[in-house]
Ligand binder design. Structure first.
Ligand code: SF4
Length: 367
């Protein structure tokens, strides 16, 4: 939106000041002191910003104290025509509700959460005839690729993914349309080598661009990579260790050191996967927090995501819900985190590391 159009939405300085003054009167008169979420809305009722607060009143009043016109709070106020809020029974409920509203409404000013998400990267397994692994910043697209993560350190992760692809002979190029397999038939003359890529010639790629492997051979290698990523297989590490041992036995120490370094880089990734898996696995329990009207709200959390919420459940209701959520055992969904659940996993991981005392409100679940 151009500055000129924006001025039309906001109105004259006097109109903006009058609107801000009205909002302040509303907050002073009505905003509750407890936790909740709030929304700033523009002229057309579009939600511009969603926030949450432990005390709605204190947080909302702070917007009117923004000292500089360029501060985010001041900019939100200038563009807002209305303000509404929803009280929540606990700060956790407000935090979760804020996340869900942001995902649903995608408000323009909620850049802070986007910035948080950029700290993390994910390993994506692409689709197509010869899938490849790549490191991406976000995991929000709906392209059907499978994601592993979140991880910290995109550059380190890129190196590790390169090692993994090299170790298993997976491609790392972007020529999706030209992948063929030797058992595909009708491949004569064989496709020419891809200009600028020698990975097949030096044994780092099975070479689906020149129809070298069969489809099954490529799928097998991809399965080994997926098993490594979800912690159920060690084939890439074992392969590198064997080459290292072979080189050492032949007294080719430089070569052995080369394989040793590759092995160490992949081991580093494995350690990061394990830490993540531990965090995810340990976030499996029921979490009991204050609910509305003095009752209790129970969140059933499995592998870092809230699967059910119950308000003041009786014992039978809670038992039935636990049975439904946890019945299939705790190892049943050990793969990557589905993209639409990543934000919630990050939220829960951060919540329990910021407030470890909250773990006292959890009850373990026997898998
Ligand atoms: S050898 Fe072919 S398939 Fe493999 S990375 Fe290079 S261009 Fe891609």
């Amino acid at each position: 939106m151009s500055p000129r159009a924006r001025r039309r939405v906001r109105g004259t300085t006097a109109e903006v000041e009058a609107r801000v003054a009205d909002l302040l009167v509303q907050v002073r008169a009505e905003a509750p002191k407890g936790p909740g979420t709030y929304r700033f809305l523009g002229d057309a009722g579009t939600v511009l910003y969603v926030g949450k607060a432990k005390s709605l009143r204190t947080r909302l009043l702070s917007y009117f104290r923004a000292a500089f016109p360029k501060e985010k709070g001041a900019r939100i106020l200038r563009d807002s025509a209305r303000l509404e809020w929803t009280p929540e029974p606990s700060e956790f409920a407000a935090t979760l509700s804020e996340l869900r509203q942001i995902k649903r409404l995608r408000p323009r000013f909620n850049v802070a959460m986007k910035r948080d998400a950029r700290h993390y990267c994910f390993i994506k397994v692409t689709q197509g005839p010869a899938p490849r692994l790549l490191v991406v910043r976000g995991a929000g697209s709906a392209d059907g690729g499978r994601y592993f993560g979140p991880f910290l350190g995109a550059e380190r992760m890129r190196e590790a993914v390169r090692e993994l692809s090299d170790a298993l002979g997976l491609r790392d190029c972007t020529h999706d349309g030209r992948m063929r397999f030797s058992d595909q038939g009708e491949i004569w003359p064989p496709p020419p080598r891809t200009p600028g890529c020698i990975r097949h010639e030096i044994g780092r790629c099975l070479g689906p661009c020149v129809a070298a492997p069969t489809a099954a051979e490529y799928r097998e290698r991809l399965a080994l990579a997926l098993a490594f990523l979800d912690g159920t297989g060690d084939a890439p590490l074992a392969g590198l260790a064997a080459r290292m041992a072979e080189a050492a036995e032949a007294l080719a120490f430089e070569r052995a050191a080369y394989w040793r370094d590759k092995h160490a880089r992949l081991e580093g990734v494995r350690a990061q996967f394990e830490r993540l898996r531990f965090a995810v696995e340990s976030l499996t329990f029921s979490y009991h927090v204050p609910g509305a009207d003095g009752g209790e709200r129970v969140y059933l959390i499995r592998r870092g995501r809230v699967r059910r919420e119950l308000d003041a459940p009786d014992a039978a209701e809670l038992e039935a819900a636990c049975e439904a959520v946890f019945a299939s055992g705790l190892g049943g969904d050990a793969g990557g985190v589905p993209t639409h659940e990543v934000d919630e996993l990050l939220l829960l991981t951060s919540w329990f590391s910021r407030f470890p005392e909250e773990l006292a409100r959890t009850r373990g679940v026997v898998g």
